[in-house]
Design a protein around this ligand. Structure first.
Ligand SMILES: [Fe+2]
Length: 166
């Protein structure tokens, strides 16, 4: 059963957040996100948010979680506010799974059964053949190729989310 995902609202929110950074290349990135299917792709084939628009939803969820951590950390370590900016949070969290844009393909005949985690069935199949490279690196490379200028800490943060179950 699909999660309740508002694709249009999520797309608008992602674009609003990315645009708010005023980062060089962000408009080119937004066009490329749309072209690559970022706003309609699922976040996984079998696990969390394996539905249309799941990837953007997961990315926004990650942004909200990162924002919460950042706000709390600033209370204990005020220097964090100087070291990590809101723009860093937006770029790193929203783009951390960019690599998933072209990984999942909708199966031609989706299962009509209710989704059951104990069964190895899914409405999506996954393939890493399009661009076989590490997930974190792929996300960074796709964003850079789209024209977005990123700082080192953002690239390290995106790469670092992989391998930690994010
Ligand atoms: Fe993720």
């Amino acid at each position: 059963m699909d999660m309740d995902v508002n694709i249009k609202a999520n797309k608008e929110k992602c674009i609003e957040l990315l645009r708010s950074t005023g980062r060089e290349g962000v408009e080119d990135l937004i066009l490329e996100l749309d072209r690559m299917g970022f706003f309609t792709a699922p976040a996984s084939a079998v696990y969390h948010l394996n539905c249309e628009g799941g990837l953007a939803q997961h990315s926004l969820n990650t942004f909200k979680a990162a924002l919460g951590v950042w706000e709390n950390m600033k209370n204990f370590c005020p220097h964090i506010a100087k070291e990590v900016s809101m723009d860093n949070i937006i770029i790193a969290s929203l783009l951390h799974d960019l690599c998933k844009c072209d990984v999942y393909k909708r199966k031609r005949e989706p299962s009509m059964r209710p989704y059951d985690y104990t069964k190895e069935t899914s409405r999506y199949s996954s393939s890493y053949d399009e661009f076989p490279i590490g997930h974190g690196e792929k996300s960074v490379i796709l964003a850079l190729c789209a024209g977005l200028v990123m700082c080192d800490s953002e690239m390290v943060a995106i790469d670092g989310t992989w391998g930690h179950g994010a």
